[in-house]
Design a protein around this ligand. Structure first.
Ligand code: SF4
Ligand code: SF4
Length: 382
């Protein structure tokens, strides 16, 4: 049985948040009985240097509440993450300031070294390099945000551990794992390697639409927690209207027997929290766009289905300011800046949606193909 706790929380008012964090602590013995001197690392979602009101990053009031509890128990608390871009003190200080991490009472990670490791039990990620501050932890809390995600459908507990990979190396992973199932398994391997002791989701205000950085804040009104990130993601997906097959990390974790949706113990009725009109592209993960199979016909079929069905990154030309951030981050080198506007070479694009994630003004969006739009509008009408 995997235990998932869900607690109603309508605002980031300290009093309400403290009450919810108390409920979570009282629901899990490993938090309630945490020992004095434990070194706790909180892996927050600090994907971009943006104000907490934009609903991109884990809210500081939640982090402050759990930090204060841990400090009161005699633990030390470090908050960290490695967003896309350089993994340096100067860059992270900008992120910490914008996301108001200074208000959390925790130590903000100041160790920007990285380490290489081998993970023999991994399904796909046999070796990798990660942010070394995680090695100092006796206890890891994965404290994420519930959002839509251009490539993976949803960003929640499992996806949040991609932040253990140093920022500048992330594009390389899109190249190493270009299809959704391998990319999802890579994320699952990261979760299996670090095995966070606790996973908590900030779903008070999540993000819908053009997530994970340029969507719209949407009140969901709850905080969830579990020691099992896969069961937790499954419940979060349900809340925003997604099923097992809509989110590749959930599908793959089920295939790997890491959770069983019929064996989840919930403290409340999840249906009370479901948001029926949450804005999300369900079709993103419903097909495998990149075939690993060799051979002329497999490749041809993969190419054709890609053209017909796959979503695409599209530029809102009038919004683009030609800053070049998308071109720098694009792992396939598919973007050039032409006449102060981004230009995508579709023959090179691997549909990782890094350009959409890192465009600072939302000029890059994920668009559904016409065929998928028709299929989904028919599905909705039924
Ligand atoms: S990051 Fe956004 S604004 Fe900058 S060039 Fe790319 S699309 Fe244009
Ligand atoms: S153009 Fe965008 S979606 Fe395509 S490979 Fe580059 S970053 Fe990824």
């Amino acid at each position: 049985m995997s235990k998932v706790c869900i607690y109603k929380c309508q605002s980031y008012e300290e009093k309400e948040v403290n009450g919810v964090i108390d409920n979570i602590i009282n629901s899990f013995d490993l938090l309630k009985k945490i020992k004095k001197g434990t070194k706790v690392v909180i892996k927050a979602n600090l994907v971009s240097a943006m104000d907490p009101n934009k609903a991109v990053t884990t809210h500081p009031v939640l982090l402050k509440s759990i930090t204060n509890y841990l400090l009161s128990k005699g633990c030390s608390v470090v908050i960290g993450d490695s967003p896309g871009g350089v993994y340096t003190k100067a860059y992270l200080n900008r992120v910490y300031n914008a996301t108001k991490m200074n208000e959390t009472c925790a130590i903000l990670n100041n160790n920007f070294s990285t380490k290489k490791t081998v993970f023999k039990k991994a399904k796909v990620l046999k070796s990798f390099e990660y942010t070394a501050y995680l090695d100092d932890a006796d206890f890891i809390i994965n404290f994420c945000k519930l959002k839509t995600h251009g490539m993976m459908g949803m960003s929640c507990a499992v996806k949040n551990l991609f932040g253990t990979i140093p920022g500048t190396m992330k594009p390389e992973y899109h190249y190493r794992f270009p299809n959704h199932s391998d990319f999802a398994n890579m994320l699952i391997d990261l979760n299996e390697y670090f095995k966070p002791n606790m996973n908590i989701v900030d779903a008070i205000v999540g993000m819908e639409g053009n997530g994970p950085t340029m969507g719209d804040p949407r009140r969901i009104g709850c905080v969830l927690a579990s020691t099992n990130p896969y069961a937790l993601d499954y419940i979060c997906a349900k809340i925003i209207g997604l099923g097992i097959n809509d989110v590749e990390t959930i599908k793959q974790s089920k295939l790997r027997n890491l959770f069983d949706e019929t064996k989840i113990e919930l403290n409340d009725d999840v249906d009370k929290y479901v948001i029926k009109d949450f804005q999300i592209k369900k079709d993103i993960n419903s097909l495998m766009f990149f075939s690993n199979k060799k051979g002329f016909f497999s490749k041809l079929i993969s190419k054709a289905s890609n053209k017909i069905f796959a979503n695409k990154p599209c530029l809102k030309k009038s919004k683009c300011i030609g800053c070049g951030k998308c071109a720098n981050i694009c792992p396939a080198k598919a973007i050039t800046i032409d006449n102060k506007k981004a230009k995508i070479d579709r023959s090179k694009c691997i549909k990782c949606y890094c350009c959409q994630e890192f465009c600072p003004i939302g000029a890059m969006v994920v668009k559904s193909s016409l065929v998928m739009k028709v299929l989904h509008s028919k599905k909705r009408k039924k």
